[in-house]
Design a protein around this ligand. Structure first.
Ligand SMILES: Cc1cc2nc3c(=O)[nH]c(=O)nc-3n(C[C@H](O)[C@H](O)[C@H](O)COP(=O)(O)OP(=O)(O)OC[C@H]3O[C@@H](n4cnc5c(N)ncnc54)[C@H](O)[C@@H]3O)c2cc1C
Length: 417
């Protein structure tokens, strides 16, 4: 794999950019692999990358029914933070945050991680109590989070309307300064390039239609639109379609899939310095490096596999954005889209072995799994390679829905990301 550097850019500039190689190969599937990962989103590609890089397991295929990064990885609003309530979550999301710090260098691929701060607005006394509880809990876990007065919030984000007569008055905010954003496509592309260079096969436009099992019940491979492919182990990382894929192995998961929408405005000059979220009014906003305002909404109330969502949801979101930031009232919106998110009853993910030997699952990230991509992929690779969970994902089992050891992050996940 050719190293990307300023010298490589200069060299290619001098020879008309004819020397760049394809970032990943597109091989035909082998008859059998040691590990098959179903789903080439950030979590699936990252898992393959860490399997190859950290465990030397390179006879791996990532099978994707569409194009890599075309699921939620390429549809999300890229908010990164780790200010979740419980110790288990703090460990998981902070593991990811630490990996974000150095991810571009590790992969030699610029993922444009920008820790510009994530501010969560409180509009009523209940919000204030919940956020302060999170701040205390986060600090005990070494996660940065602080309480701001309305004036301090406006200092941090000048376009914010803090007037007392506002429909959604701002009575304070919780700020995680190390939170921020990253370029979602680059995360998928960087992991794909790094995995492919280590020998991993990335097989796009190939849908998994079945999971095959031997007489002892163990996984033996998958059926796909390109034929049967054998595998000693299979990892399912299919986000909104996890229930569909797991049913192929006869397993029913505690997941419900909902559409979640986002939209972007026309591009403007830099005006918005951070990420602002409001769980209460179901809206959040940041500005991309291209200048577009990136705006997200709450989930639709109806379970569905439609990647569009309902117009009334984004109308409501824009109402809220215009109330909180009157400066944007005359902005034009450029495009909107949806993704399908897989939500668990306690709003925490499942990263675990399953009752089917050789079958592993990483799902349930709901509205907020982008931020966890490196951490999730890293511990899932460990789980597959070692046949046992990493200490960080050990609590995120399937069994917790039977034995009641839930990790209830509904207040931290809420609408928001
Ligand atoms: C609008 C929106 C905004 C969001 N905003 C944020 C945010 O700001 N911050 C945050 O942290 N998270 C956010 N999220 C959530 C985040 O995007 C996801 O949790 C995360 O990207 C999931 O990554 P993944 O790799 O697991 O899934 P995906 O990227 O969805 O990858 C799963 C892949 O599996 C493939 N697949 C499915 N079935 C099959 C099959 N049968 N055969 C082969 N392949 C299959 C799919 O095509 C897909 O490419 C948002 C989500 C949406 C939709």
């Amino acid at each position: 794999m050719r190293k990307y550097s300023v010298f490589a850019v200069a060299r290619e500039a001098l020879r008309g950019h004819t020397g760049w190689e394809k970032q990943w190969t597109s091989p035909e599937p082998r008859k059998e692999y040691d590990v098959i990962i179903i789903g080439a989103g950030g979590h699936g590609l990252g898992t393959a990358y860490y399997l190859a890089k950290e465990y030397g397991i390179t006879n791996v295929a990532v099978i994707e029914r569409g194009w890599l990064g075309g699921g939620n990885t390429g549809r999300n609003t890229t908010i990164i933070r780790s200010n979740y309530l419980y110790d288990e979550s703090a460990a998981l999301y902070n593991h990811a945050l630490k990996l974000w710090d150095n991810l571009s260098q590790d992969m030699n691929y610029n993922v444009m991680y920008s820790p510009r701060g994530v501010m969560m607005l409180a509009h009523n006394i209940h919000d204030e109590q919940v956020f302060k509880r999170h701040i205390h809990s986060n600090r005990l876990n070494g996660v940065d989070n602080e309480w701001l007065t309305p004036e301090q919030a406006k200092d941090y984000c000048p376009p914010l309307n803090i007037s007392k007569g506002a429909r959604y008055p701002v009575i304070g905010a919780a700020l995680q300064r190390k939170g921020g954003t990253a370029r979602h496509d680059a995360v998928a592309w960087g992991y794909a390039r790094g995995a492919s260079a280590r020998g991993v096969h990335i097989i796009q436009n190939c849908e998994v239609t079945g999971i095959t099992r031997g007489p002892d019940g163990r996984v033996t491979g998958v059926e796909t639109t390109k034929g049967s492919i054998g595998a000693k182990k299979v990892g399912v990382v299919a986000a909104g379609h996890t229930s569909v894929v797991m049913q192929m192995a006869g397993l029913k998961l505690p997941l419900v899939s909902y559409p979640l929408q986002a939209l972007v405005s026309e591009p403007i000059k830099p005006i918005f310095p951070c990420v602002v979220m409001s769980n209460t009014v179901h809206a959040y906003i940041s500005q991309s490096d291209k200048g577009e305002l990136v705006i997200g909404a709450g989930t639709d109330q109806y379970a569905s596999y439609s990647q569009t969502g309902g117009l009334h949801i984004i109308n409501h979101t824009l109402d809220a954005i215009c109330e909180m930031f009157p400066i944007f009232t005359r902005m034009k919106m450029m495009r909107s889209w949806g993704g399908i998110v897989d939500v668990t009853p306690d709003r925490s993910p499942i990263i675990a072995k399953t009752p089917v030997p050789g079958l592993f699952v990483n799902c349930g990230w709901g509205t907020g799994g982008f931020k966890a991509t490196p951490g999730s992929a890293h511990v899932f690779a460990h789980t597959i390679a070692r046949d046992e969970p990493h200490p960080i994902n050990a609590p995120f089992t399937l069994e917790r829905f039977r034995n009641g050891r839930l990790i209830d992050e509904a207040a931290a996940a809420a609408v928001a990301h």
